[in-house]
Design a protein around this ligand. Structure first.
Ligand code: RIB
Ligand code: CA
Length: 319
């Protein structure tokens, strides 16, 4: 499975969002070659997500990175209004950042992805940490896209653990199940970083304290985290939060090598019943010596080394 072990151009698709904001900071701190960012409705609307992205990038001294506004609504239906209880009314923990002078590009996120795939043919890595609407739209508009992209990493799904929206569905998948199915069905290699590992990767109180006492960028990110901690503390039973999107970024960058990540088929349940939004990873090959099943191209991350919170905090403190 291609991963950008060597520095590779990255297109980020996000719904900024507190953990998306941490991801932007992490990518900058890690020196990632961020060639474009698209927004999508999820934690907030695509329009507000783009504004948050521009402002966080400016905060992290990367106002030069171009940002495109993506899809407001999922492939079918309408944007549900976001997750203010998790991310605050403005998506970034109600922290008011200095407004970046930069504006979104005029192109859509899907058009940006298609353009970047050609400009970096065979090298571009796609990191998607929101609903997959933009990727699905790009696939529909540009049938060559899978052959141009080196790899896709998504934060989404739950293979062997419960969902966080329904009993079985994770938010990024549930918020646009048709798009998720389209992306997982396409002929490109996808690394799936789901709740199996992202719920276990955490910031604890000591990480938050360190950020709040750190340099200005870390302090601003720490201020956002207050809201996230308030949501997650009763869920996790201690002052802490899950690090969904930054963990996916670390895997995409090759900074974190999974210790268990079988390559298997994955499909999304798009029915209207209780299974809607479930990512069904066909892990039978673990027990039965199947030859590769049809659709075997998804690397499902099931275990990663511990201690990611320490690494992320250290990176953000360096901004
Ligand atoms: O389920 C967690 C995911 O949903 C994360 O990407 C978070 O930012 C939200 O988009
Ligand atoms: Ca996200």
């Amino acid at each position: 499975m291609p991963r950008p072990r060597e520095p590779a151009p990255i297109y980020l698709d996000c719904d900024t969002g507190i953990d998306d904001a941490l991801t932007l900071g992490y990518l900058v701190a890690a020196g990632a070659e961020l060639v474009g960012v698209g927004s999508v409705s999820g934690n907030v609307s695509a329009e507000l997500g783009a504004r948050n992205t521009l402002d966080v990038l400016a905060l992290a001294h990367r106002a030069d990175v171009r940002v495109a506004v993506g899809a407001h609504d999922p492939i079918r239906g309408s944007f549900h209004g976001g997750a203010p209880g998790v991310h605050g009314a403005n998506g970034i923990g109600d922290v008011v950042l200095p407004r970046s002078d930069a504006a979104p590009t005029g192109e859509t996120a899907a058009a940006m992805l298609s353009r970047l795939a050609r400009e970096h043919a065979g090298r571009l890595h796609v990191l998607a940490v929101g609903p997959l609407t933009n990727l699905a739209l790009a696939l529909d508009a540009d049938p060559e896209l899978p052959s141009l992209v080196a790899g896709v990493t998504i934060m989404g799904g739950a293979a062997l653990v419960p969902g966080n929206v329904t009993a079985v569905a994770e938010a990024n998948i549930f918020n646009d199940v048709l798009a998720a199915a389209r992306v997982l069905d396409a002929e490109w290699p996808v690394t799936v970083v789901g709740l199996d590992v992202t719920m276990e990767a955490r910031f604890e109180q000591r990480h938050l304290d360190a950020l709040l006492e750190g340099p200005p960028v870390a302090r601003a990110l720490g201020a956002m985290l207050g809201t996230y901690f308030r949501y997650y503390t009763p869920v996790l039973g201690r002052p802490s939060c899950a690090l969904h999107d930054p963990l996916a970024a670390a895997v995409a960058l090759g900074e974190l090598e999974p210790t268990l990540a079988p390559v298997v088929p994955v499909e999304v349940d798009t029915t209207e019943g209780p299974g809607r939004g479930q990512t069904i990873a066909d892990l039978r090959s673990r027990f039965i010596g199947y030859p590769a099943l049809p659709g075997t191209r998804h690397r499902v991350v099931l275990e990663v080394p511990t201690g990611f919170g320490d690494r992320l905090a250290e990176a953000l403190l360096g901004l």
